[in-house]
Design a protein around this ligand. Structure first.
Ligand code: M6R
Length: 612
């Protein structure tokens, strides 16, 4: 959510900052800006509402030159997205300039105290208040570093910041609390960012800031401290992905690329973790807590959005195969609901980014009560991955499209692996079933590829319904969360209202919505509740709803019930959600394209939601 980039070195900082902002635009894209210290040690600033490209086109590149600079791409929290509220923000004296991700929760109190001291403000943002608070302490101490430190000890909330000071033009100061930041160590240069994608073009060597860390960056390198002035040293790590994985590679959109990557991303999730002869699964990252998992009285899965849907699939898997009770909670509700958490509970946190503020807060809540915490995370080294007791990376690779696709299927795969590992040890699954599942797993990437190859079939159906105003998605059992996920994908990128429901619940209310204008997507694989779903289809048919069915290849009867059929390969219940969601991803993608929507940057959304 929002992207920060900064440069200190010998090169002109502007092109590096603009390139970094462009690469991070999926984090927020309602306005963008840069501030650079020029050769006369003056801070020059340009910011504009709209996409990075608009800002980049309007900026006067002859004037904007200097070896130290910061930039920001914004997802608005405080103040509407306009030129004025865009970052960077100056203090009242135009001496200090700052870019900020996160929310300063006590900014109103600070603002009113500063106003009493004669401070004035031009914007509605919390960030401008922080800039002025730094100014306040700078006036008292005459030292930029001390001023930043003192200001940060006054604020409540979350921040990742980078700031410059015209009075001390040789340095940039950055700090982190609850919002990610990293330092890229280049040759005679340092590139700072909230996201590795903005740095990887220049260096693979990075230091991740931890909560309460600060860094003072100069041309000859950087030193790190806590905001309480203790010297610290953090080891450099290597970025674990290639630059190609964050580029579109010939696809029209990242979302399409990521949907089509799923044969590989799924394999990357299970590679080296399952013995295909025996079906025995081993997840090295969970070894240290495996006994706790075996003895757990209850699992709680908590996550947001798409990751929460994966969690619901996990509930079905763990309960059915491991015979252990599971609860699935919205992470955003978890903390405030005052949940009853016991030390013998295992809490699974699922997150693509590993930075979602609500999920992170749920993790900290669970830890407070002594529960064992497990992460199912995609981004390596992210905050959730670092703070859990143990975890398993889903290894889906960087996901840039705001609508999550390959991360979902890899999250579901990770939960399937956890299920198999536990069920084998608990002996709640037979050896033969384990072997069968392992054999089936081998065929999964090929089955996904088959669906990708026939995507034009899905596209034709999508285009027929592009002008629909509403959609219903219905599924039962393990496919109910798939219905939720299909509806979420459609809402997110095509702005068509969609609801996901358990198919049999429809008759308790939503059935009132059905008429000849209501398309209803049924997920109806030939499984043990197929006949029940067919009855639900009949109920919609009787009311003239338009019926689109996700049906398995071997289902010869479905033609008499459906207006449109989206075919999927048959599989066991464990892997069915992975296959069944793929036509729904294509359906939403092609509908959004047909409606002329910006698929990779849907309005009002950002890839990772690092504010509450
Ligand atoms: O990074 P996370 O997995 O924690 O993100 C959770 C949700 O914000 C995310 O899944 C969101 O719902 C996506 N935009 C869905 O496509």
């Amino acid at each position: 959510m929002c992207g920060i980039v900064g440069y200190v070195g010998k090169r002109n900082s502007l092109p590096i900052i603009l390139d970094g902002l462009k690469r991070m635009e999926y984090r927020g894209y309602d306005s963008a800006g840069v501030s650079i210290i020029n050769s006369e040690n003056k801070i020059i600033n340009f910011k504009k509402a709209g996409k990075v490209d608009e800002m980049s086109k309007s900026i006067d590149k002859d004037i904007f030159s200097g070896n130290i600079g910061i930039g920001h791409t914004r997802w608005a929290t405080h103040g509407i997205p306009n030129d004025c509220n865009a970052h960077p923000h100056f203090d009242m004296d135009d001496n200090i300039v700052i870019v900020h991700n996160g929310i300063i929760e006590n900014y109103k109190q600070i603002k009113s105290k500063l106003a009493d001291e004669g401070y004035t403000f031009k914007t509605e943002t919390d960030t401008e208040v922080l800039a002025n608070l730094i100014n306040y302490y700078f006036k008292q101490t005459g030292e930029f570093e001390k001023a930043v430190r003192l200001a940060l000890t006054d604020v409540n909330g979350t921040y990742g910041i980078a700031c410059l000071c015209a009075s001390e033009p040789d340095k940039m100061i950055i700090a982190r609390n609850g919002s990610p930041l990293l330092i890229g160590i280049g040759n005679d240069e340092t590139i700072v960012s909230s996201d590795a994608s903005a740095v990887i073009n220049h260096t693979r060597n990075v230091v991740y800031l931890e909560e309460g860390d600060m860094a003072i960056i100069k041309e000859n390198g950087f030193k790190m401290k806590t905001i309480y002035d203790e010297r610290i040293f953090r080891e450099a790590k290597e970025i674990d992905f290639l630059i190609e994985s964050i580029e579109k590679g010939g696809y029209d959109h990242f979302m399409l690329k990521e949907i089509c990557e799923q044969p590989d991303s799924i394999q990357n999730t299970y590679r080296g973790r399952i013995n295909f002869d025996t079906g025995i699964t081993k997840l090295g990252g969970l070894e240290s807590v495996f006994d706790k998992m075996l003895n757990a009285k209850r699992f709680i899965i908590t996550a947001c959005g798409t990751a929460w849907h994966a969690g619901l699939v996990g509930e079905y898997m763990l309960e059915q195969y491991c015979k252990v009770p599971v609860e699935v909670e919205y992470a955003s509700e978890f903390r405030y609901r005052r949940p009853i958490i016991n030390p013998d509970d295992v809490v699974i946190l699922i997150s693509q980014s590993g930075e979602t503020a609500d999920t992170l807060a749920a993790l900290r809540e669970a830890k407070k009560y002594g529960a064992t915490t497990i992460g199912v995370v995609n981004v390596i080294g992210s905050t959730i991955a670092r703070e859990v007791d143990a975890g398993t990376y889903v290894h889906a690779g960087p996901e840039i499209g705001v609508a999550s696709t390959k991360a979902f299927t890899s999250q579901v795969m990770s939960l399937a692996l956890i299920t198999l590992m536990l069920a084998a040890e608990k002996k709640t699954i037979s050896k033969d079933s384990l072997k069968e599942i392992a054999t089936e797993l081998k065929s999964l990437p090929g089955k996904i590829q088959n669906m990708i190859d026939i995507r034009n079939e899905y596209k034709k159906v999508a285009e027929l319904f592009k002008d629909s105003r509403n959609f219903l998605y219905l599924g039962r059992g393990i496919n109910f969360p798939v219905a939720l996920e299909g509806a979420l994908k459609l809402k997110e990128i095509s702005y068509i209202h969609a609801e996901g429901y358990p198919a049999a619940e429809m008759k308790h209310g939503p059935i009132a919505l059905i008429d000849e204008n209501m398309p209803v997507v049924f997920i109806a694989p030939k499984d043990r509740i197929y006949e029940k779903v067919i009855s639900n289809i009949e109920e919609v048919r009787a009311r003239s709803g338009k019926i689109i069915v996700i049906a398995t290849d071997d289902d010869k009867d479905i033609g008499s019930y459906a207006d449109h059929i989206l075919r999927v390969p048959r599989s066991s219940a464990l892997f069915a959600p992975i296959l069944n969601v793929i036509p729904l991803q294509f359906l939403s993608y092609y509908m959004a394209v047909a409606r002329g929507c910006n698929v990779d940057q849907p309005r009002n959304l950002a890839k990772s939601v690092t504010v509450e």
